[in-house]
Ligand binder design. Structure first.
Ligand code: UTP
Length: 289
């Protein structure tokens, strides 16, 4: 069965980015000229996703507005002769079919996915986390879908991270079965350095199958008192093989202030319109250190 639906859990509190996230969602933080969430929606659309469900919480109204038609703004832009800008604003509303469900309490990522159960029904689906911005030639999600189509099972996006950073991630023990493709043998959420089975971290892109839902329903709170998606996938691995895709591309952790800064600089340097001036500016700064 083809993967046509994607779930975007955006109900987290974004505590690492306070006070910026006090009254507006982390997913709407602006990276150069687009909010984070738009990069991720575009990745999903470019990978062939046709329907997106946002699992939202309090303070997330601006995400809905961003992907909605803004009649007044469009009319004003037309009046001022800004036809390109008007088209850019409208194209966002036409990008993809978007649906919303509310996670009433932020009980964890696993619980947020459970809120998507009715929408997903009995189909395989993608999950994309808005924090992870992945700069790649082929969309990261499309790479995961290649693995799904070949191996017919749930797929996790994997990245090799420095060992001293592994405690910030879900981590896997895995066996290589094809180039950049793994069979996942074990998983642990935010392990202590000495308990980490490898330096392969789980990144915010997943292909899941609907048999995850009954497991999530029974799932008890894990690390941090939250219902963890990793725990549920580990449980699922007892009944079916879970795969890992070591995707090609450069990931930025934009849920973290330093990661966000690095993403801004990296993406700006890739933009033709900024490259020369911005490089010269950075050189003056670096020379002073
Ligand atoms: P994070 O662990 O990054 O949490 O969640 P967070 O609240 O967004 O940010 P910090 O850590 O407090 O700064 C990973 C993803 O899961 C979603 C978040 O929105 C984010 O996309 N999430 C998390 C939910 O949708 N609901 C939850 O209850 C928890």
């Amino acid at each position: 069965m083809q993967v046509k639906k994607a779930v975007f859990p955006v109900a987290g509190l974004g505590t690492r980015f306070l006070p910026a996230t006090k009254a507006s969602p982390k997913e709407m933080l602006n990276l150069i000229d687009k909010p984070l969430v738009q990069y991720v929606v575009e990745e999903a659309v470019n990978a062939g996703i046709e329907q997106i469900l946002f699992v939202t919480g309090r303070n997330k109204r601006s995400i809905e507005d961003h992907f909605d038609i803004a009649f007044e703004l469009e009319a004003l832009l037309h009046e001022k002769g800004k036809q390109d800008e008007a088209m850019a604003v409208r194209s966002l509303a036409d990008l993809v079919n978007i649906f919303y469900v509310r996670q009433k309490q932020a009980l964890g990522l696993g619980h947020a996915i459970l809120c998507a159960r009715e929408f997903i029904n009995n189909e395989p689906f993608a999950v994309l986390l808005g924090d992870d911005i992945i700069d790649s030639e082929r969309p990261c999600l499309a790479q995961l879908l290649d693995v799904y189509r070949h191996w017919r099972g749930p797929v996790l996006a994997l990245e090799q991270v420095p060992m001293e950073a592994i405690s910030s991630y879900g981590c896997v023990k895995a066996k290589t079965i094809a180039p950049r493709t793994y069979e996942v043998l074990d998983m642990v959420e935010k392990p202590k350095l000495e308990d980490a089975p490898s330096d392969l971290a789980i990144i915010g892109r997943y292909i899941l199958t609907p048999d995850i839902f009954p497991i999530l329903e029974r799932q008890q709170p894990g690390k941090g008192g939250e219902i963890q998606l990793t725990d549920a996938i580990l449980e699922l691995s007892k009944s079916r093989t879970i795969y890992g895709c070591h995707f090609e591309g450069n990931r930025h952790d934009c849920g973290d202030k330093l990661g966000f800064l690095k993403a801004t600089v990296d993406l700006a340097l890739k933009r033709e319109e900024f490259r020369e001036d911005f490089t010269a500016f950075l050189q003056t700064k670096v020379c002073r250190i």
